[in-house]
Unconditional design. Sequence first.
Length: 379
Amino acid sequence: MKKYYFILFNVFCVICSLQAHAQDAIYFANGNNVQNALITKITEEMVSFQVKRDDKEVPYSFPRENVLIAFLKNGNYLVLSVIQGDPNQFLQTFLTAPPRENTLDIIVKTTPVEVITGKISYESDEIINFESATGQASSIAKEEISVIIYKDGSHKLLLEPTAAAAVIVEANRTIRRLVPPASRRPSNESSEQREKRVESEAMISKTDAKPALSEEDYNTYSKKALQKVDEFSAYLNIITDKSRDSDEKDKAIEQASKLFMPTATIEVTSKYRASTHQYKIQDYLSRLKLLPYSRTNIEWMEVQYVNELKQEADGNYYGNISGQQTFTGYSKNGKDVLYSDVTRKNVKVKLQSYDKSVDGQQMANWEILLGNIGISVNQ
């Protein structure tokens, strides 16, 4: 049986680039969405839902893997991802759960995932000013935010839906703690229904538990994270090598992209200009392919941690790696240097847990992902 991950809590959240009003909606992995839509059934292969059009309920069905997240107008939402159990059982819990009251705005940071509650006093395209739950005046740049959940029920997404859903999964445990649910038992709930609901909620709580690394594993994964930086450099040299065919370079772009978090960016500069530019990893790699050099030599030296891996509230580990990157671009003969520079850069690192089946048993495993790459010192 395929697995789903179900997240249920009763606050309005974000899956739209513009502020939205409460309504049933379904969002898809390709970024599309359907308003006034409600999931009615989940099977092994398909998700069925109804869309209200001109006072009529029009039925639709889509492959299950294409459906990302669904919202009810009361603020509850359902994320289809990786959990065990009967998905329709979770669907019924989702559909019957009462709304929960929220008196504070919720701001969810992206890396590391952090949930901030407070009252937003000012918002522009670049920043948000707010008063924290403890009464302290604070400010945060929007580029650090993935989701804003406003106290009036409206919401805003600052990432693509797929990336936002991943952040919601990580932030769920904290949001549920900061915004406790109202009683989930409907007044007409039978004993049998209650038993199923309690079982569902127990499974949800179980999925929230995050494993911790042993000392031996910690040392192993710390070294592997450093090796990821070297692996990234190797892909860069393949992408810029004009002697390699396009398919080989495209495959290197694909493999290099998989080393990073979905929202990761890289900051680049040149000794010929004072300003820096920031690109999404996929865009940066595609631009590298077009550089006017026959080949490049990109190396990272003095690679070390400036902030050791540390487990955060979401159960994942985060750290920062610093290294000196040397970039050399060669002419058509492959020998004459056309351009070279040396830049010190910082790389964010995330160690994320996931379940892996070993001999029929679910075992905790860890995936290393690189995050934003920023410039710390130009030389």
